[in-house]
Design a protein. Structure first.
Ligand code: AMP
Ligand code: MG
Length: 486
């Protein structure tokens, strides 16, 4: 490893300095033949990184962790996790590294992090590596989420390593460069609490407050204010997942952030045919992380966060529990407030009273479920109906009489189709097209990736040539399965 020749990249080591117990200094595995697959130029710009330099041999070496700017101290982060409900005390970055913190053009700290950069002390049985397909999946889906206005970690680049990664078959390897407000997770707190080191727990909470919720420091009970802020951020985040039909797929406590950003795009996928029981992940046999279970799982994870924070909430444990229970009790109402407002917007309704809108939404979801209606295109077709053309939407429902009764009620409320089009995307990463683009990229053909990224990074503007990205799933893809990125 050598210092970067460019003086322009400055990485901080605040996490490593303030929380050494959670940071194992480590270095990325050597990559002999890095090749850039995709670079996020707008994001590079936000971070003050020169895209031309990032494309240079030295830039690529930074993007795989083989060159470390002076002053930076890459670390593997320690955290615990409840995986499918089962507690694992020591997970941590098994194949990832925090290179350090950058400051973005808004003045906010952002982590620069690598995934697939080689084994770390947390690798357990894993090889520390990642394949091209799953890293591009994270790139595409996280950038789609960002374009949909949903808080998420971002993807700066995917660099092929030229090295084979052994999975069921050998696959080309890659490293993802990821950017996040931070990589603090619910599992970071679970880990810190399990050490019984109250000073560490307090430093972690102070670090989280200072990075994400600085106003909490001014509250009467700063750590309770931190907990309230995370509950609120996650309630709002999961409501927004539900509104766009995002299925995370592996909502373990190590994959839930303190910042309220979506993180760890593994077996995730977007809902196509509407069904709350939809599960895409091949390993989620019980449907724990089904689309419709996500709010309840979020709440369960936040209870694990509360358990970890208890010693900071109050000296008296019973009072600490009471404070945590009361705060978590706000989750459902906060979730529903964001979700209800979002459904109103999706349906172009402003003024109608709740007792009219709520049953209307319930009946629509029942009809969508019954007819397995495509979750994304439906709302655009409804806007078309509001403009006077019923043909596209009528073909989607099996029980046409029931749909017509519903639409008469809805139209009587004068929905605003332009507002609907601003809220309802035309393009999401369609499972079949995403799968095709990833398998082509795995074979070395990057051509299908470009139109896919073009579609999903400007999701609200219909454009000629991208029709396939707006079309409902073909019958073969209704029972689609995703596989973990490991
Ligand atoms: P994930 O389900 O991707 O969030 O990963 C869960 C845990 O497994 C984390 O601690 C990862 O760092 C670790 N992990 C996943 N894949 C690998 C791998 N190929 N090598 C080492 N550790 C891994
Ligand atoms: Mg993870």
């Amino acid at each position: 490893m050598s210092p970067a020749s460019t003086p322009s990249v400055v990485l901080g080591d605040r996490f490593a300095r303030e929380l050494p117990e959670l940071a194992r200094p480590w270095q990325a595995e050597r990559v002999d033949d890095p090749r850039l697959l995709v670079l996020n130029e707008p994001l590079a710009g936000e971070l003050g990184l020169d895209p031309d330099w990032l494309r240079s041999p030295q830039g690529l070496r930074l993007l795989v962790g083989n060159v470390v700017p002076a002053g930076a101290r890459p670390v593997a982060q320690a955290y615990a996790g409840h995986q499918f409900g089962g507690y694992t005390p020591r997970l941590g970055d098994g194949r990832a590294l925090l290179l350090g913190e950058l400051t973005d053009d808004g003045g906010f700290p952002r982590d620069l992090h690598l995934k697939g950069s080689g084994r770390t002390p947390f690798a357990r049985g894993g090889d520390g590596l990642a394949a091209v397909g799953p890293m591009l999946r994270e790139y595409v889906v996280s950038e789609a989420m960002h374009a949909l206005g949903i808080p998420t970690t971002r993807s700066l680049a995917v660099v092929a390593t030229g090295r084979a990664v052994q999975r069921e078959t050998p696959l080309p390897g890659a490293v993802l460069a990821r950017v996040a407000g931070s990589h603090l997770r619910v599992g970071s707190f679970v880990f810190a609490r399990a050490t019984d080191d109250l000073d560490l727990l307090r430093r972690l909470a102070d670090h989280a407050i200072s990075r994400h919720y600085p106003y909490a420091a001014e509250a009467d009970r700063p750590y309770l204010a931190l907990y309230e802020a995370v509950v609120h951020a996650q309630a709002a985040l999961i409501a927004r997942w539900m509104l766009v039909g995002f299925v995370h797929g592996v909502m373990n406590t190590d994959n839930m952030t303190i910042s309220g950003e979506t993180i760890d795009y593994g077996p995730c996928a977007f809902l196509e045919a509407y069904d709350p029981a939809t599960v895409y992940s091949s390993i989620d046999h019980q449907g724990r992380y089904a689309y419709g279970n996500q709010p309840a799982v979020g709440e369960w994870n936040l209870a694990r966060l509360a358990e970890s924070l208890l010693p900071l909430l109050h000296d008296d444990e019973q009072q600490a529990v009471a404070l945590a229970v009361e705060t978590l009790g706000g989750f459902r109402g906060q979730y529903l407030a964001v979700w209800n407002a979002g459904m109103r917007t999706k349906l172009g309704l402003y003024a109608a009273p709740d007792d009219v809108v709520t049953p209307l939404v319930e009946e629509l979801l029942r009809l969508m479920h019954q007819s397995q209606v495509d979750h994304t295109s439906l709302y655009r077709d409804l806007a078309t109906l509001a403009r006077g053309d019923a043909a596209p939407v009528r073909s989607r429902f099996l029980d046409l009489a029931a749909f017509e009764a519903w639409s008469a009620r809805w139209l009587s409320l004068s929905p605003d189709p332009d507002a609907m089009d601003r809220a309802n995307p035309v393009y999401i990463p369609r499972n079949e097209l995403l799968e095709q683009a990833l398998s082509a990229a795995t074979q070395g053909d990057l051509a299908p990736l470009a139109p896919l990224l073009d579609a999903v990074t400007r999701p609200f503007e219909p454009r000629p040539g991208l029709e396939a990205h707006a079309a409902p799933a073909s019958a073969d893809f209704v029972h689609y399965q995703t596989f973990c990125g490991t």
